[in-house]
Each structure stands twice: as C-alpha cells, then as structure tokens.
Design a protein around this ligand. Structure first.
Ligand code: MG
Length: 493
C-alpha cells in the first residue's frame, strides 16, 4: 500500500512542523519494533544492551521535541482546521510533559521504578508485602511530586490521570464510578445459583490446533495479515509499529481455550484501531489512538460484545469443533456458558466482564487516597481485603493474590487503571448505538460493524481529545449506566 499520505495542511507553520516531526516519527517506529521484539524474540542476553539503546532513542525524541526552534513553531502555529488543531494539541502535551519535569526528577523516577519493579517481582513471588512497601511509599511520593510539577486545578490525582486519559479528572471518575455499588449488587445477584466453574476450563488442547483456530477467527473478523502478524508472548499485547504494520500476540496454556481465543479477539480490537486510522494522518502526531480508554473500548468490543455473544459462538461453533475435536462433546450453549462464566475472582486479569470494574474501582480508590496522603502504604492490605469483601465477596489469602498482583505501581503508573473501566463502559455504549448488532454478528457482517467503528472512532486517530471524540461519535458523554444496562440484559434475562 502507498504511504503517499496527504494530510490536510493549510497553515505554513504546521507544514514545517510535520516535516520536522518525521524524524520523531521514525524514532517512534524503531522504538515500537524494538519493544515488540523484546517481548517476543529477543535473546535474553540482549536485555541490558537493548535497554541502553532504548534509553538513547528516548532522549533523542525528547531533544527533538523540546528543541527551541520546534517549540517556537508549535507555540506560534495558527491551526486552520481540526487536523491541525489536533497536531498542535498533541505536540503541546508532549512538549509540556518534557519541559515541566526537571531532568533530575525524571532520572530519580527512572531509578526508583527500575528498582521497584525488581523488588515487586521478588516480593510477589515470596508473598512478602513488607519487602515492597518502602518502595511503594517512594513511588507514591514521587507521583505526588510529579503532580505538583505537572500542575492541576482541583486534585493532584488529576495531573496523573490526564497523562493516561487526556482531560480525565477525579470529578469524571466519581461520576464514572458512581455505579459501583449497584454494579456490586448486580454482580451478586447474577452469581446467585449460577455454576462457579465449567468443565471446558479443564479441557486440554493442542497448541497447533489452537493457533489454527485463532488464525481462522482473525481471518473471519477481517484482520489483514499482510499488515500484521500473530506471535506468542508472556502476556498478550498489540504493538502498532506503523500504519501498515500492527502486530498482536496471544498466549497458550494448553487448556481452557477461551483464554487464548478471547485474548486474540481483544488484541484484534486494538490492532483494528491502529490499522484503521486515516491514511492522511500517516507519520503525523495524530497517527495514534485518542487515548488508552478509547483504545481499550475497541479491544473490549471485539472480546466481550462480539466474542462473548451467543450469536458469535453459534456462528463459529462448527469451525471451533473442527479445530478442537474435544468440542464434539459439547453444544454451542455449553461454549456460550463457558465464555460467559461469572464468578468472584481475586485476580483482576482473570475477572469476568461483569465484575471487572469493581477491581478497577478498588485501585482507583487507593490511588486517589494515596495522592491525597489519606491512605498510608501500611494500611493498604487491610483496605484491600475489606473492599474486596464488600464489593466482590471474597478476600485474598495472601499479598500475591491481593495488593501485590499488578505490575503498574512498581512502574510508576498511577492513574492508568481507570482507563480499563472507561474502555469497558465505552464498548457497551458503542454497542448500544450499532443498529441490529446481534443480527450482524449472527450473519458475520463484521465488515459492517467495523465500518461503524472506523467511521465514528478509529479513522480520526488523535485529532480530537477523547471526551470530544466520544461526543462526536455517539452524541453523548461516557455513560456508565449503559454498561449496567448491558450487563443486566445479558446476564439477568
Ligand atoms: Mg487491552
């Protein structure tokens, strides 16, 4: 495919900016490929050297983006259309981030989080919170300082949330999470009298069979293998490298096949977003998703709304049986029940679509209170247990399946978690806007479904900030009630 993209450029400054930006874009391209390789095929011995190369590329980007001439161009630009406004908005955010944080702080954060990550891994393995607590304390303190450097209007946490989801504030989160008690009640009602496990969880599969099924499903959904590929990694992920190279990975555990298949559908959603950005935005700052939350809405859509639907299971069942012979002993209804099993989970990433948001709320509460210095690190495990019991009805046995389970805090990612719930809510909200969605799934009209997503969301890249994009795409703001409706209709009917 041609890369001869014609961005709608009207203002001379933006024209100049885009020419200079090409260098940054090329470094990002290399960084992305390097990142993908690190998670898939890089020899273990290369990791230290790779780290150095990566850090140097990072510094190069920073130098290019904060070059005085470039900054002046961005600041003096007079954008003439939505595309140009998007370019300037994205660049101003990047420049601000690099210039507001003193280099000593950036260095200290990198050092602390490098250590915190290693200690966290050890602490989790040994189920030893005491070991990680001092570093977590340090990470939270650094994040509080970071918020002061970045600046905020109402709440220090706002400054951190905004890094992961542009414009997101505590006020927004309070609104988004206002459904939490009702979600918890709904979850408890749904699991009443429902089976807590399914025999398909124990069925073993051959990895080559599973891979063939994954590829087949990707083919049906419309994944363009000439612009992507599927590999294996410790945790499934999507890596957008360029507009014509967006790769996904999955995992194989040898049993419980939905874990592999639904991971593929999840990553397919991420990949479709990156592949469907308007070609005119190629190699510009808006050739990326609008935000983590919007990106996650695309992955959850294909994983949960499509993958976990009765219609999808029914229309693909015969092909599933062909690939996985043990399915001959099961019916489409069995597979649907297996895909939609709802039960209390201690581990966030194992949680079903109904109560996933409760896990996120718990983390949000902890982060918000930690940023207010209202909750000490020492009190975390107790708070965790109490909230898990209250919201989900189970308590962790140790720390590894409780407060130590996620990697995020050790990496300094405070403010990231809410984007997962935003994605879940938005996916249900999008689904409610697609006419005859169930029929479309049943008839495999995935192209038409993707066309809706592409026109409303994907093709715009980062031209609009997430809140504005959602309003333009759906005619309303993010609405958690839509998710409650969806869960109620799907699981209580
Ligand atoms: Mg995801």
């Amino acid at each position: 495919m041609s890369v001869d993209a014609k961005a709608p450029v009207e203002s001379p400054e933006v024209k100049e900016i885009l020419v200079r930006y090409r260098d940054v874009w090329a470094i990002y391209y290399g960084e992305a490929l390097i990142g993908w390789d690190m998670e898939t095929y890089m020899p273990a011995g290369a990791s230290a050297e790779r780290g150095e190369a990566r850090a140097t590329l990072r510094k190069l980007v920073q130098r290019l983006l904060t070059h005085p001439e470039f900054v002046t161009l961005v600041e003096s630009a007079d954008p003439k259309n939505d595309f140009e406004r998007g370019v300037i908005r994205v660049l101003k955010r990047d420049i601000e981030y690099f210039t507001k944080l003193p280099p000593e702080f950036v260095e200290e954060e990198a050092k602390v989080t490098t250590k915190a990550f290693l200690v966290w891994r050890e602490a989790k393995e040994r189920d030893d919170f005491e070991r990680f607590a001092p570093l977590l304390e340090k990470v939270f303190e650094l994040q509080r300082r970071k918020a002061e450097y970045l600046g905020y209007e109402d709440h220090p946490y706002d400054a951190l949330l905004d890094r992961f989801e542009e414009g997101l504030t505590v006020k927004d989160c309070e609104r988004i999470f206002s459904v939490v008690d009702r979600l918890s009640d709904l979850f408890k009602r749904i699991i009443e009298g429902r089976p807590r496990e399914h025999s398909l969880e124990r069925e073993a599969y051959d990895e080559r069979d599973m891979k063939r099924l994954n590829e087949h499903i990707l083919y049906i959904l419309g994944y363009d293998f000439s612009r992507g590929r599927m590999d294996v990694s410790a945790h499934p992920f999507t890596q957008g490298i360029g507009l014509d190279d967006v790769r996904i990975t999955t995992w194989y555990h040898g049993r419980d096949f939905r874990r592999s298949l639904l991971a593929v559908m999840h990553e397919f959603g991420h990949a479709a977003y990156d592949l469907n950005i308007d070609r005119a935005y190629w190699a510009t700052p808006v050739q990326q998703g609008a935000s983590l939350g919007v990106h996650e809405s695309q992955s959850r859509f294909w994983e949960n709304i499509v993958g976990r639907s009765r219609e999808f299971v029914e229309t693909t069942f015969d092909e599933m049986v062909l690939a996985l012979p043990f399915l001959r002993r099961y019916s489409p209804s069995d597979v649907y029940e297996y895909f939609t099993l709802v039960r209390p989970e201690l581990i966030r990433v194992e949680a079903d679509e109904v109560h996933y948001g409760l896990h996120i709320y718990l983390r949000y509460e902890i982060e918000r209170r930690a940023m207010e210095s209202e909750l000490g690190v020492k009190e975390l495990p107790e708070f965790w247990s109490e909230e898990m019991e209250r919201l989900i009805g189970i308590e962790p046995k140790g720390y590894a399946d409780g407060v130590l389970q996620d990697v995020h805090w050790s990496l300094g990612y405070v403010g990231y978690f809410p984007t997962y719930f935003i994605g879940t809510v938005l996916s249900a909200q999008i689904a409610s806007k697609i006419p005859d969605l169930s029929e479309k799934i049943a008839q495999r009209r995935f192209k038409e479904i993707m066309e809706f997503l592409r026109e409303r969301i994907q093709k715009w890249g980062a031209v609009y900030p997430p809140k504005e994009l959602v309003r333009r795409a759906l005619g309303e703001d993010l609405d958690p009630e839509r998710f409650l409706d969806y869960a109620r209709r799907k699981y209580l009917a």
